[in-house]
Design a protein around this ligand. Structure first.
Ligand code: PMP
Length: 1000
């Protein structure tokens, strides 16, 4: 049955039912035996929905349908829902509740019209439209739900309905045509017309229609018909699919097309990537055919045309309808974003998501190019002998040093040095470091889709094959050979015009001079586009690599340089799998779910194999910045001259110890050089035990001090020491962690420091009760390993006095927090106003070179000497000492302690300012550039937001920031960046964190 359009939309002129709350109460009682406690009306355009709660607290939706709907339409809905529930009782749709008469849909007569009544069980959740950002997980969940619908409705039989929906894709072109005149905005109208024509063109969705499967479809999985819900800490999941009112028998593909257009892509940070996730999940439940994959993007576009034109029509009737206007603006933005996507690219992306070769013509194109290689004319004549040097521009390349990729001039100079007489080759598929971007939330385009032929400016460039010049845009032209094959030549001074037909071997122009700001010397960029791809970027983000490489095959298939291979590429997941084969699982590993392969560090950035620069917020080891040239030079110089053990006499050992001691207060006057923080703490324990003749140690609960047997015993961190953490040896005594946010004494308690110190006193008393005395009180002065927790003022003075009074020595572990990081002082203990008896130093000391130290008093050192000797092969070797000295020099020269103070304060303020709008932030801890952001589900109870913290870390990584959760509950984001961190970095971090938290 087919209705003319006038009838098609007749339903819109039907009047909505107008039942009151009192009517609903009465009808519920009479027809359903429900005694209603509460009623509230929900929104609906043409029908009425009420949320009803009965006396027993059960919730229902009471629905009155428009009496204008054909009975067959309502029957179709009820039957389809019953079918779905029979197939999958857990499928998230409402259950229809029978009336007292046993009828599923009793009717009530009013003013001569019979209104059908239905009562449904209530579905929990909120509208998908109210979720600010659709994550990849939610996109997959939506895809799975759409796929499940398609699978179950695939064999649902029903005589059908006379009702025709304007949303049915079968009528889409007609609907758009009919409503187009309502689109007042000329530009939008032109875009819609163009999209409609594209749909109907040879390579559009229209011609594919006969090949598409049909079935009943819900057809309206939009943000307003999908409910989502979540458990604490988890991502949103679909909790309900409602409104089967637009069910039709149509293209099965409609289901996923609608959810992409109006559920996923309009709410995702990366619409096409999120769409691919949804398609992948749909396909896993209900495999798409190749024809469906080819039509899908066109369906998404045409659906938006239907939506936009319908909204314009609606606005012409109700110009003041704010709701329609708001939705229209959202859809229009989405449509604009869609217009920027090449359908061939979207098609390839969807195919890739389904495990197919992205470009359906890729194999054929590659074959054709290989078969005809001998016939292609040489594009650039090379007068020098082969092979041409191949310049490696990848992030790990030897070409790069000291940040030379960051300025065009230095980069060009470095590349020029590798060329021979100005000639050379640049690789296809290569992620290039000079295209990396710092503090960029979006993944930058670093992967090169062409080949570069470096050649002096003026070198003639020729057509490899005959064809038509399709475009000439500045210094770039596109030569089209025939259907499905284009070659793009860039950095060329063209001598042909668009539209010109050219012969094989004909000169098209000459290699252009390198423009100012261009990081490469004069070269020709050559790129091949196949399939229907009309245009392409030259550089794409690494995550799109496989799709684009399939669309743009290797240009060397045309050029034919024997020594030129595409850049090799190993996915980080493959490398992680390789790691697990030989490296034990107990060895900790970051980002197991989506590993990153870091190949380079520079200043406050870590750079992965794809050329993405991550703002490094966790490496306090790279204290003065990754790969600092001054430190590198010192290491290389000394390594080339001499490295040996500390039993020999060499100047740098004394110079370094003197420089270090000048930074420490009396009576800390002697230094032992060792290699790691753990070794330093281990030795500190031996010193304390030798000096006091005692064995018991008081520590702060939850702290970590090292990986040796002795330091592991004193580590009570659940995270780092899950086996022993809370089951400490009887000679290890954890004192209550003085945490003013979630400890027993909190911010605002003026006695907190003393009360926490009382816990140290209790430890002393416990030791005494065993007839012993404490050997040491071992603590950080800023609880770095617990998450950057600053101690209450006066805590250490009080605790130290208690311990010393009992004969113990006080050890400050400055392994994490020392060396000027706290800004106000060189050492965190100074911020508490105490002088320890032993100080241990580590991590930042060698900027990544393993050197550490124990500084103590001559008295303690002498007691130790009387008891034993000490030897450490690598500790304090000449290279370590030179490196350590170089670090101190850089600290001074670059004023990094002052920077830690200034930027640290700024950063802490920026983070604290997020608290009023971000309830998940419970506390911001720390001093200088050592901070912690504790995430909690509730500030009062301080319930740890553990799952959220890991999700935040994952999403921050996607936005180019490395930050990781720590603490006993993995819920504190620890911030301890290299000290070259800037205000701009702090702003970038705080801005991204705010967005990530809001979108969680
Ligand atoms: N002390 C503290 C406070 C630490 O956080 C760590 C390491 N995280 C260490 C000591 C041990 O240092 P390393 O890993 O260099 O042995």
């Amino acid at each position: 049955m087919f209705y003319p359009l006038a009838t098609l939309f007749a339903a819109q002129t039907l009047t909505r039912p107008a039942f009151t709350d009192a009517d609903v109460r009465a009808l519920c009682r009479e027809r359903y035996g429900l005694s209603v406690a509460e009623v509230s009306e929900l929104s609906s355009f043409q029908d009425q929905n009420f949320k009803v709660t009965d006396e027993a607290g059960r919730r229902f939706v009471f629905r009155v349908d428009n009496p204008g709907w054909p009975a067959s339409a309502l029957d179709l809905q009820n039957a389809a829902m019953a079918h779905l529930l029979a197939r999958d009782p857990a499928f998230p749709i409402a259950h229809l509740v029978p009336g007292l008469s046993g009828e599923m849909m009793p009717r009530v007569t009013r003013d001569g019209a019979a209104f059908p009544l239905r009562v449904f069980t209530f579905l929990p959740g909120r509208l998908l439209a109210r979720v600010s950002e659709v994550s990849d997980d939610l996109a997959r969940n939506l895809g799975r739900v759409a796929g499940t619908l398609s699978r179950h409705l695939g064999d649902f039989g029903h005589p059908g309905t006379d009702r025709i929906s304007q949303w049915d894709f079968q009528h889409a072109p007609r609907v758009v045509g009919e409503f187009l005149p309502f689109v007042a905005d000329r530009a939008l109208r032109a875009d819609i017309e163009r999209t409609l024509r594209r749909f109907e063109a040879d390579n559009g969705g229209g011609p594919l229609l006969p090949q598409l499967r049909t079935s009943f479809v819900h057809g309206d999985l939009t943000g307003y018909n999908v409910l989502v819900d979540r458990r604490p800490g988890e991502d949103w999941r679909v909790s309900g699919v409602v409104d089967f009112g637009d069910m039709t028998h149509s293209y099965t593909l409609s289901e996923i097309a609608v959810v992409l257009a109006e559920g996923v892509m309009n709410r995702a940070a990366h619409p096409l990537a999120a769409a691919a996730e949804a398609v992948r999940a749909y396909h896993a439940v209900y495999p798409l055919t190749e024809a469906e994959l080819a039509a899908l993007f066109h369906f998404v576009c045409i659906r938006l045309c239907v939506t936009l034109t319908s909204e314009c029509q609606q606005l012409s009737l109700e110009p003041d309808n704010a709701y329609v206007r708001e939705v229209f603006e959202i859809d229009r933005r989405m449509f604009r974003a869609l217009l920027a996507v090449d359908p061939a690219h979207a098609h390839a992306t969807f195919r890739h998501a389904c495990g197919l070769e992205p470009n359906p013509q890729a194999a054929e194109s590659r074959q054709w190019l290989s078969a005809h290689r001998a016939e292609f004319a040489s594009v650039v004549d090379v007068p020098i002998e082969a092979p041409l040097p191949v310049v490696d521009l990848s992030p790990a390349s030897e070409l790069w040093r000291d940040g030379n990729w960051m300025t065009a001039q230095a980069c060009r100079r470095a590349v020029s040095e590798r060329l021979r007489d100005g000639y050379g080759l640049g690789r296809y598929g290569e992620a290039r470091l000079m295209y990396s971007q710092t503090n960029s939330a979006a993944e930058p385009g670093t992967v090169h889709l062409g080949v570069d032929v470096f050649a002096p400016a003026g070198t003639p460039v020729r057509a490899p094959f005959e064809g038509v010049i399709e475009r000439v845009e500045g210094n770039r032209l596109c030569l089209r050979h025939g259907p499905g094959l284009r070659v793009v030549l860039g950095h060329i001074q063209p001598s042909v015009r668009a539209g010109e037909r050219v012969a094989r071997g004909q000169t098209l122009g000459a290699v252009a001079e390198a423009a100012t700001g261009e990081p490469l010397p004069a070269h020709l960029h050559i790129q091949i586009l196949c399939d229907d791809l009309a245009n392409s970027p030259a550089l794409i983000p690494p995550s799109e690599r496989e799709v684009w490489l399939s669309l743009c095959p290797d240009p060397n298939l045309v050029l034919g340089f024997d020594n030129l291979q595409p850049a090799p590429f190993t996915p980080a997941t493959d490398m992680a799998a390789r790691r697990f084969r030989t490296i034990p699982r107990s060895q900790e590993f970051y980002y197991e779910r989506a590993p990153v392969q870091i190949v380079r560090g520079w200043r406050q950035y870590l750079i992965d194999s794809g050329g993405r620069a991550y703002l490094d917020c966790i490496n306090n080891v790279a204290h003065v910045g990754h790969s600092h040239p001054h430190v590198n030079a010192a290491a290389a110089r000394q390594m080339a001259r001499l490295n040996t053990n500390s039993r020999f006499l060499y100047d740098s050992m004394m110079t370094y110890s003197e420089r270090l001691l000048a930074l420490l207060p009396e009576p800390l006057r002697v230094v032992f050089f060792v290699c790691s923080g753990s070794e330093a703490n281990d030795l500190a324990l031996r010193l304390a035990r030798a000096y006091t003749g005692q064995h018991d140690v008081i520590v702060i609960d939850g702290e970590y001090h090292g990986n040796t047997t002795a330091t592991y015993e004193i580590s009570t961190s659940l995270l780092d020491n899950p086996a022993e953490g809370k089951a400490a040896r009887e000679y290890i005594h954890p004192a209550t962690q003085p945490n003013l946010f979630h400890g027993p004494y909190r911010f605002g308690d003026p006695q907190a420091a003393v009360k926490y110190a009382d816990s140290v006193r209790a430890c002393v008393e416990r030791i005494r009760s065993k007839g012993r005395r404490p050997a040491a009180f071992f603590t950080e002065a800023l609880l770095g390993s617990s998450g950057g927790i600053d101690l209450p003022n006066g805590y250490l003075p009080a605790a130290y006095a208690i311990v010393r009074e009992a004969g113990g020595v006080c050890i400050a572990d400055e392994v994490q927090v020392g060396f000027g990081r706290v800004g106000s002082h060189w050492w965190a203990f100074e911020a508490q106003g105490v002088v320890p008896d032993i100080v241990t130093l580590g991590k930042p000391m060698g900027n990544g070179h393993p050197v550490s130290a124990v500084v103590t008093t001559p008295a303690i050192a002498e007691a130790f000497a009387r008891a034993t000797t000490y030897f450490n092969t690598f500790g304090g070797n000449p290279v370590s000492c030179e490196v350590g000295l170089a670090v101190l020099e850089v600290m001074e020269r670059e004023g990094l302690r002052a920077n830690a103070l200034e930027v640290g304060r700024y950063f802490k303020t920026a983070l604290t300012q997020l608290m009023p709008t971000q309830p998940l932030i419970g506390a911001v801890y720390g001093l200088g550039l050592y901070m912690g952001v504790e995430l909690v589900r509730d500030r009062a109870s301080a319930e740890p937001a553990t799952e959220e913290a890991m999700r935040v870390a994952d999403r921050m990584k996607q936005r180019g920031i490395i930050v990781y959760p720590t603490g006993d509950h993995y819920n504190i984001l620890k911030l301890k960046p290299p000290l070259v961190f800037s205000r701009a970095d702090a702003d970038f971090f705080a801005g991204q964190l705010a967005e990530v938290l809001s979108g969680l």
